[in-house]
Design a protein around this ligand. Structure first.
Ligand code: ATP
Ligand code: MG
Length: 647
């Protein structure tokens, strides 16, 4: 198979912060002289007390520990706000686009944001919140969510954001897990014209959280919500009584910044803990280089703040870099499938960063919605969250970007704090579907199941050989689980849980979770490959493949397929798809079962939960595991009801 290669456009290479030669030189130094490299990179941050030690890390059980810039002190909110005031206080920090295009947008300057953060920090302080306390944030995509995060960081409180859309149960579980006594929320959220009863969810959750004594409620839709006397405070009334002066707390580099629970694609979510100094350097550096970001550019990351992408690339990265970040409350399909691109035109967005799941959903609606907009302002497109299959990549590149914008397919995890493997727009020739090359300081390696290194081209388990500043430091409340989950499978390495292929050019191709590899008659296959083949068929919008028990082959292939709008999902199509996959990959990949599915079970961040589909494939509906992070639990019932019986 000949892979398409898209060289860096000449005009891009000319002006880029990092071109190919510079990438090679910087990368080489970052791994041969990490201390020197990171000492220099850390200068992008304003330290209160400079650090003397750069890196003290070991992945081995005997002296296990990860710490960066250990004796330095800083405040990340001051880095995101205060230090910009003198030079760009009147620049726009946040542009907020509401759910409905007929409602007014908001533009917030650095000066205004700084003031809002100080007042809100003082409000939390007046309720007894102090350094080290955990603050649960359950807010929609509104600027106050960023205010809340930065206010926590300012006073040294640890924020834990829970997707505004998770159930009361999921919320309660997270409040209890990190033992927080304060919850920040809104009366309601808005998504695609629908109201989400946030305050009511909080009230229900708090029946199981006796430790919570304060709830601060933002009036967002203006709905009438009951307020508990002594416990609940109206956001704006509370803030109005506070002073706009709030000195940033001096934080040690290794003091905790936030807890964030993983998506739960593979099991019970883990409370990932990130600390201050290393994360600040990492979020700022990756944001600048991955997007070739210069202040003044309008930058839009369409991720929710309830996801790590929203932490590093809606709030911390762009604001530390003095950027203008767009926050969008709504969904890509409301009022119609042009919405994303209309927003791009409205604000002249130059950099757009989104998830394959949204792109596939939009692709399904056809090109006209895209073509109805200009998109001339776009310069870089980003992708995150899942492998982007070549079909969706091409659509993104050719239809959305009109062949003009490099796509940065960024591989990373909640655990990694920021982008780990990615092309750089001015440095890396693109291969559709490949996350390509490691970020500075990242040493990816492929190991076989026995832990033996695979050199050159090959496929194996993706591990990272050395620490990077943005690495998570522990699982909240369970340091042993941290070590066991990530460092015990392959001794001396950070294990990502993902499978990966490296080609002759040293490009990395994420093949999916190791758990998702299936073994058909002795042939090991990544489910992503079969899914990509299915999605490449013009009638298919989305596909998820899992293994199922098979008497002869050991494992058979069970495919869940969502068709494009207006396609008849019938026996003819089933036969056509089977033939198609045989032709695309080979007879070994022939699906044993194809189930047409109006929707697939996904996490709120849009990842397909294959562990649930595996259970359906196995005809075992009794133990579906943790389903608290599902975006729409009813999807599962539908799949169970309509499960075809294999011939
Ligand atoms: P849990 O760890 O609880 O199962 P999760 O892994 O879904 O949840 P995240 O940290 O949000 O939680 O997701 C990280 C995973 O997403 C990666 O391990 C990888 O499988 C996938 N991923 C992210 N970006 C990409 C990408 N660009 N290409 C391929 N896979 C990606
Ligand atoms: Mg994970």
């Amino acid at each position: 198979m000949v892979e398409a290669l898209y060289p860096v456009p000449v005009e891009w290479a000319k002006d880029a912060l990092v071109d190919e030669a510079r990438y090679n030189e910087m990368y080489a130094r970052s791994v041969s002289d990490p201390d020197g490299f990171w000492r220099d990179q850390a200068q992008r941050i304003d330290w209160i007390k400079p650090f003397s030690v750069v890196k003290q890390t070991s992945y081995h059980e005997a002296d296990f520990g990860i710490s960066w810039f250990t004796d330095g002190t800083l405040n990340i909110a001051a880095n995101a706000l205060d230090r910009h005031l003198a030079t760009r206080g009147d620049d726009i920090a946040i542009i907020w686009e509401p759910d409905s295009p007929s409602d007014p947008e908001r533009r917030i300057t650095y000066r205004q944001l700084h003031e809002d953060v100080c007042r809100f920090a003082n409000l939390m302080k007046s309720r007894g919140v102090k350094k080290g306390d955990r603050v649960t944030i359950y807010l929609p995509m509104v600027p106050e969510a960023a205010v809340a995060m930065l206010a926590c960081a300012r006073i040294g409180a640890i924020h834990s954001i829970v997707f505004a859309g998770f159930s009361p149960d999921a919320l309660a579980g997270r409040i209890v897990d990190c033992d927080s006594s304060i919850v920040l929320t809104a009366d309601q959220g808005l998504r695609g014209g629908k109201k989400v009863p946030l305050k009511a969810n909080v009230d229900e959750a708090l029946e199981d959280c006796p430790g919570v004594d304060t709830v601060i409620v933002l009036a967002h839709t203006g709905a009438d919500v009951p307020m508990a006397e002594g416990r609940d405070i109206d956001w704006r009334t509370g803030v109005a009584q506070q002073s706009a002066d709030c000195a940033p707390e001096e934080m040690n580099a290794e003091d905790p910044l936030f807890i964030l629970y993983t998506s739960g694609s593979t099991g019970k979510p883990k409370g990932v803990l990130h600390t201050t100094g290393g994360y600040a350097v990492w979020a700022s550096m990756t944001h600048e280089y991955v997007f070739d970001y210069r202040p003044g550019q309008i930058y839009w990351c369409a991720a929710d703040i309830g996801w790590v992408t929203g932490h590093s690339y809606v709030v911390y990265g762009p604001l530390m870099n003095g950027g203008t970040t767009v926050m969008f409350e709504g969904v890509p399909s409301f009022p119609d499938a042009s919405r994303f691109w209309q927003i791009v035109d409205k604000y002249q967005v130059e950099i757009f960063y989104g998830a394959p799941t949204a792109l596939r959903a939009l692709m399904r609606e056809g090109d006209d919605y895209v073509k109805a907009t200009s998109r001339k302002s776009l310069k870089v497109l980003g992708s995150v969250g899942e492998p982007i299959n070549p079909e969706a990549w091409s659509w993104y590149y050719n239809v959305v970007g009109e062949g003009r914008c490099p796509i940065v397919d960024t591989w990373w995890q909640t655990e990694t704090g920021g982008v780990m493997i990615t092309p750089l727009p001015g440095a890396t020739a693109l291969k559709p579907g490949s996350a390509s090359k490691p970020m500075f300081g990242v040493r990816p390696m492929l190991l076989d199941n026995d832990g033996k290194e695979i050199t050159g081209a090959g496929e194996g388990c993706l591990v990272i050989a050395d620490s990077w500043p943005g690495q998570m430091r522990t699982v909240w409340g369970d340091h042993e689980r941290f070590f066991q989950t990530y460092f015990s499978t392959f001794k001396g390495y950070y294990f990502t849980g993902d499978g990966c292929r490296r080609d002759e050019d040293g490009y990395y191709w994420i093949t999916g979770r190791i758990d998702d590899v299936i073994n058909v008659s002795g042939h090991r296959m990544g489910t992503a490959e079969i899914e990509s083949a299915l999605v490449a068929h013009h009638k298919v919008a989305e596909a998820a493949v899992v293994g199922m028990p098979h008497e002869i082959k050991g494992q058979g292939i069970y495919a869940f397929v969502t068709t494009n709008a207006g396609v008849e999902a019938d026996e003819d199509l089933r036969r056509e798809l089977i033939k198609w996959v045989r032709h695309e990959i080979g007879p070994i990949a022939t699906p044993d079962v194809i189930q047409f599915a109006p929707g697939l079970p996904k996490t709120r961040s849009g990842k397909i939960m294959r562990r649930i589909l595996r259970k359906i494939g196995e005809n075992d509906f009794s133990s579906l595991g943790d389903t608290s992070t599902l975006a729409d639990p009813s999807v599962v019932d539908n799949l169970i009801e309509n499960r075809p019986q294999p011939a």
